[in-house]
Each structure stands twice: as C-alpha cells, then as structure tokens.
Write a protein that binds this ligand. Structure first.
Ligand code: USQ
Length: 394
C-alpha cells in the first residue's frame, strides 16, 4: 500500500495514461517514463479522427503513436506499452486493467472541446456518453481489479462557471438556517462538454464514498504552450497543437493567428476571465498528485492553474509581443458564438498544488515569442478556413 507521501527515487509506479496520444497525455507519458516509471498508454486514437472529421490538423507534424513510442525507446531505451481501445467498451477496460494492473491512472481520455460538444445533438450525446461511460468503466475496473489504484482524473475549472463569489477548491463551507456543512462547490458549467466533467465528478465522489477507492479530480484551467523537455528531443516526439475554431484554445490560438497574419479572434468583449497554465505545469501537477495520493475513500479536488487572465488581456499581450517581432497582429471582437458572461467577477483559489510544491512557469513574453516562432516555422500547415469559430451555443 502507498504511503501518503513519497519522493522521486523512493518509488517506481505502474502508471496508466489514458488518452496518452493527446495534447496533455503524450507529454505526460514521456515525463513519467523519463523518471523511471513503468508507463502504459491507453488510447482509442479518436483525437486524430476528429481532425479528419473537421478537416484540420495539428500545427506541428506528429508521428503515429507506434512511431512515437519506438522513437522514445530508440532514444532512451525505455519501453512504453500501448493499449489501443475505447474506455466505453468494458471488455477492453477489464482486460487492460487485468494485464497492466496500474497503481495509478491518469485519465485524460475524454472529448475535451466545448465547441465540439455544442455542434449539434449528436456531438453533445457523443461527448457525454464517451466521457461519462468511459470514466464509469474505469471506476468499476479500479473497484473490481485494482482497488488500491489512485485515480487522477482531469476535470476542468469550467465545472464551476463564473459565480459572483470566490471559487473554492472543490468544496465550500455553507451555513444554512443555523446549521453548517462542507458541501461540493456549486457547478454552473459552460457547455455540454463541461457538464460531462461535472457528471464525472459526481460519479467519482459517489464511488469513493461507497467503495472506499481514492481519486483526485484536477480541475484544470486552459493549458497553453507546447514544448516540454521530452517532446522537443526529436521530431518524432513532437506534441500536437491545435489552432482551429473547435479544438484550438485561447492563448495558443492567438499566438498562431499572430504568426500567420490572421486577426486575433476575441469573442465578444473579451472580459471572460479563466485560469491558465503552462503545459509543463500540467505535468508537474499530475506528478504531485501521483506522489501524494488521496486517502482511501477520499475524493480530493485540486484547482489546477497558475494565473488568471481575461481573454482580451491575453490577446493584447500576444499583440504586443508579435509587434515587437515586426508582426501586425490586429485584434477583432467577433460576435460571441458562446453563451457566457463577458464581464464578471473571477477569483479562484488554487493553493493545494502550490502547497504540495508546484513551482509555476508563469506566462512570459519569451514563451509567447517561442510559440509565434513555432507557428511561423509550420505556417504552411495552417488552413485559414478552419480558424473561425463555427459551433454556436444558441
Ligand atoms: N475565446 C476567445 N477567442 C478564441 C477562443 C476562445 O475569445 O479564439 C474565449 C472563449 O469564448 C472562452 C475563453 O476564451 O471565454 C476560453 O475558451 P477556450 O476555447 O480557450 O477554452 P475552453 O472552451 O474553456 O476549453 C478549454 C479546454 C477544455 C478545458 C477548459 C478549461 O478545451 O478541455 O476544460 O479549457 S476551463 O476554461 O477552465 O474550463
């Protein structure tokens, strides 16, 4: 059984990275493998099919998962095991858990785009079935096959929405009619995708309480950046980065838009404020969660971001850096395709990961300039037709 706290060097884990071919999953798999852990990737390869469906591709060229893993082995001598399959299929999940018997599962294997979930009924249903059923199968696999396994589940800051009070880390102390309790923080998500994460959180909390298993929900903000120590070692290890109107996210999109001479697309007034973090901090946070597992029966929630910015503030920052590089980078305010507050209070607590030792990489002009340079290098791969937002909330 795990001690509550461990240091690197003390422990080698069998760790399953579900969604290990994706933007967060691939660098996470390499990060743990580089540190001597026994890593397996589970992936249905569906992220690459969504590119085909949407007629887009990663800005950076990415090798197949088999080529990626073979290159990693060639460069480092380290093996990463691959399980290709869909978490909504119980037979696949059961056989993988029996074969690999993970001690920790980092679960990224979900449809993670809010716009994709809002395209139409079919995409909303797909998102919720894929995400909720997949996670439910993982919960049963832990209960029935590896009850000591720690589930590290990627949730989202978007579960909370934008309430007019401070956002706490998962739970809030409430006094009501002379009585008091600590209750799950109210959820007011922004999309059917964000709702799927809320449904997951409820299922995981219930499973922890009922079965005594343990889980950490990492309510992650918007991730920016691309490069990590491991993914920049070799072109075959490059990570994906999205710029299209469905999967591209705010800051990365603005940098790529600036690089190719496309106006920076601020939706509405741009006062929408969110938590953001560098992808290198995603890896650090997941590592900290793995090294300091939740207690048995505990459903622990960490808010996983390092800084808050409004969308307009980010666009202006990218514009300033781009202009210093001789690029024009105009900002446009598009009619907002989403239903969301464009001016609001936002103050979210995020101390638990800092308390565990997170050393944030705060947003720097160098990082923005580096992303712009990367986008300039691969500008021939950018299709202007897929940049504008197409999915509408109304
Ligand atoms: N936005 C723009 N212009 C753009 C793209 C986005 O103004 O070109 C605005 C959106 O309207 C929104 C904000 O930027 O107000 C964030 O949008 P986003 O597309 O960068 O990110 P979001 O849809 O919130 O989703 C992303 C990830 C998701 C994760 C979430 C964390 O795709 O998986 O859960 O960030 S959070 O935002 O904290 O919920």
């Amino acid at each position: 059984m795990w001690a509550r706290t461990m240091r690197w060097g003390d422990v080698r884990m069998r760790i399953l990275i579900a969604g290990g071919d994706g933007f967060c999953g691939w660098p996470t798999a390499l990060y743990f493998s580089a540190r001597g852990h026994e890593v397996a990737i589970a992936d249905s390869m569906i992220r690459r099919k969504w590119d085909e469906e949407l007629g887009t591709q990663s800005l950076t060229p990415i090798a197949s998962l088999e080529e990626r893993v073979a290159a990693w082995k060639e460069l480092t001598g380290r093996d990463i095991r691959i399980f290709i399959g869909d978490l909504t299929q119980w037979e696949f999940v059961e056989s993988m858990f029996r074969t690999f018997a993970p001690e920790a599962v980092v679960h990224y294997a979900e449809q993670r785009s809010a716009p994709y979930s809002m395209i139409d009924r079919a995409h909303a249903v797909f998102t919720q079935v894929n995400n909720v059923v997949g996670t439910l199968n993982v919960l049963y696999a832990i209960k029935d096959i590896v009850p000591e396994c720690h589930l590290i589940k990627l949730g989202t800051m978007g579960e909370y929405g934008t309430p007019n009070i401070d956002i706490e880390e998962g739970y809030i102390r409430i006094q009501h009619k002379g009585r008091e309790d600590v209750l799950p923080y109210p959820k007011q998500p922004f999309s059917f995708y964000h709702l799927s994460k809320v449904h997951d959180s409820h299922n995981i909390m219930f499973a922890c309480k009922s079965w005594g298993i343990r889980a950490t929900d990492l309510n992650q903000g918007v991730v920016y950046g691309l490069w990590t120590d491991e993914t920049q070692l070799d072109p075959r290890l490059y990570n994906r980065i999205d710029y299209d109107g469905v999967f591209g996210t705010a800051l990365n999109r603005f940098c790529i838009q600036a690089a190719v001479g496309y106006d920076l697309t601020v939706y509405g007034k741009g006062g929408q404020t969110r938590g953001f973090l560098d992808i290198r901090d995603t890896l650090q946070c997941v590592e900290l969660a793995a090294l300091h597992p939740a207690d048995f029966g505990e459903f622990r929630v960490f808010n996983q971001f390092t800084e808050q910015f409004s969308v307009l503030e980010l666009a202006q920052r990218v514009q300033r850096v781009a202009q210093s590089m001789g690029l024009q980078a105009r900002i446009v305010h598009l009619e907002n395709p989403r239903v969301e507050k464009e001016e609001h209070y936002y103050n979210a607590v995020h101390t638990k990961l800092l308390d565990l030792g997170l050393k944030p990489h705060l947003l720097s002009d160098e990082l923005i300039a580096g992303l712009i340079q990367t986008a300039q290098r691969f500008r021939d791969r950018v299709d202007f037709h897929v940049i504008k937002p197409t999915a509408k909330w109304r």
